[in-house]
Design a protein around this ligand. Structure first.
Ligand code: GAP
Length: 460
């Protein structure tokens, strides 16, 4: 079995309709990607699996879908206007902009040095770059400006006049939509602390570093869950959410050796403690989610900036307090990329051919089943079957090329079941159903298919 590389994934995604470069016919726009017909099904299934686990199956969690554009005071209160920045420096020679921490990380990796960039101050980073004569990756010179903080939020203007009064931000995290609705949800859902608010939606960051495909983009989707709890119970819930995150990934098919926790050394402005779950991507370890103890920072700040009380009144003890928050935040695109890398396999068949197969958990596979007629004369029967099955599942229908080629096409997009219609089907209403991973085939009556497939594509 040969190794998965980013090039292989990017090519497969582009050729099979998972992911295309954004605005490709105009030469693209750096760090943007478009999901194609197969990709949109796949990513929707990733989001469905997360929502099922963290909202549907949670006793006390509720969903919201908040506006992307929020009152700009939200971002002052949250600290993003003052603190959501990266340490950037410009190359004076070729005028390109770089993240100082990334320049050091690359240098440290190349020279196998034991240096913790996260623990460095800006002065220490600048000194390290000068002392080691770290070069601009574009022009190869070492002549940088000093490090400046570069805010990652995209700004736009609302209305007809472009002035500071009209600035609105594209949200850099979905979390604030959950915090500003804390009281609304608590009241309307009659929720008692501890309870959760979840949201899936777009977030935007003005990232300048090249992204490793969809790993780091300027527009991405987050799946965020805020668990509101009482001060003192927060650390136990922090551990609980770390475990829940890990369990979710194991259930999706990641083995333990490709995932790890990484504690944050440098904490975000809102966090008391935080860690990431990292996946071993083809380019190395990379974060797929964060678990953060945000204390009562966000609700307290919104109370201060909005003038509205964010106090929760405990109906049993009559205590009034601002709840603490444990946040579990995962990028849908990053998780999807990790799932793609994890699913990618190349296998040598008995006849010496190589098959590329995406061994997704069936729940997240773009199509659940493909219907393949063996001969032209069987197309009508196969189409009837396709029409019956697509009322229940996303299905593919393929009558072009040899059966072997058609199996390969479905393997490459991870379809867990292929149903073949043959002449026997006309006589006794049976078909063969082929399992993607074992390639074994069994014969079933068409009436049994929906039940058989439904049971095998569940995610629990
Ligand atoms: N609300 C907390 C928060 O936003 P974060 O660690 O900055 O925390 C959470 O982001 C998750 O969002 C990350 O673990 C990652 O999966 C995803 N993410 C962040 N920046 C991203 C980017 N530029 N491109 C793709 N995904 C990103």
């Amino acid at each position: 079995m040969s190794e998965v590389t980013m090039d292989k994934l990017v090519n497969l995604c582009k050729n099979r309709g998972f992911i295309y470069p954004g605005s490709e016919i105009y030469g693209g726009l750096a760090n943007t990607w478009d999901y194609g017909p197969i990709g949109v099904e796949f990513k929707n299934n990733v989001k469905r699996a997360w929502w099922k686990r963290f909202v549907q199956e949670s006793d006390n969690s509720f969903g919201v879908d908040a506006a992307i554009l929020m009152n700009p005071r939200v971002w002052e209160a949250s600290g993003h206007v003052s603190s959501f920045s990266d340490p950037k420096m410009d190359c004076k020679e070729c005028k390109t902009r770089h993240r100082a921490d990334n320049l050091i990380e690359d240098y440290v990796k190349k020279h196998k040095l034991d240096v913790d960039v996260d623990a460095m101050s800006q002065d220490e980073m600048y000194k390290f770059i000068c002392d080691n004569q770290i070069k601009c990756p574009v022009c190869g010179k070492c002549n940088f400006t000093e490090i400046r903080n570069f805010n990652l939020m995209f700004k736009t203007n609302r209305g007809v006049v472009e002035d500071a009064e009209n600035i609105v931000y594209l949200r850099p995290e979905t979390a604030q939509g959950e915090f500003v609705n804390f009281l609304n949800v608590q009241r309307t859902a009659r929720a008692k602390v501890p309870f959760g608010i979840a949201q899936i939606g777009k977030a935007f960051r003005n990232e300048i570093t090249p992204g490793n495909f969809t790993f780091r983009t300027i527009e991405f989707e987050q799946m965020e869950h805020q668990w509101f709890c009482k001060d003192g119970t927060d650390m136990a819930y922090y551990e609980e959410y770390k475990n829940k995150a890990m369990q979710f990934y194991n259930d999706l098919g990641f083995s333990k050796d490709v995932l790890r926790f990484k504690d944050h050394e440098k904490l975000a402005h809102y966090a008391k403690c935080a860690c990431d779950v990292e996946y071993l991507f083809p380019f190395g370890w990379g974060e797929i989610n964060g678990v953060h103890n945000r204390t009562n920072y966000d609700l307290s700040r919104h109370q201060e900036y909005s003038g509205k009380s964010m106090m929760y009144l405990d109906p049993v003890t009559n205590e009034k307090y601002i709840p603490y928050v444990i946040e579990y935040s995962v990028g849908a695109d990053r998780l999807a990329l990790a799932l793609l890398a994890n699913a990618y396999h190349e296998e040598t068949l008995d006849n010496g051919e190589t098959r590329v197969v995406l061994k997704f958990h069936p729940f997240i596979a773009p199509y659940k089943v493909a219907v393949l007629p063996l001969q032209k004369q069987l197309n009508e029967k196969a189409k009837q079957l396709y029409k019956m099955l697509n009322k229940h599942f996303m299905c593919s229908y393929d009558e072009a090329g040899s059966i072997g080629k058609r199996y390969r096409r479905q393997d490459e997009i991870g379809t867990p079941f292929c149903v073949t219609v043959d002449f026997e089907s006309l006589d006794d209403n049976t078909v063969t159903i082929r399992d993607r991973d074992t390639m074994e085939q069994i014969r079933l009556n068409i009436d049994e298919l929906v039940d058989y497939i439904s049971k095998r594509v569940q995610f629990n």
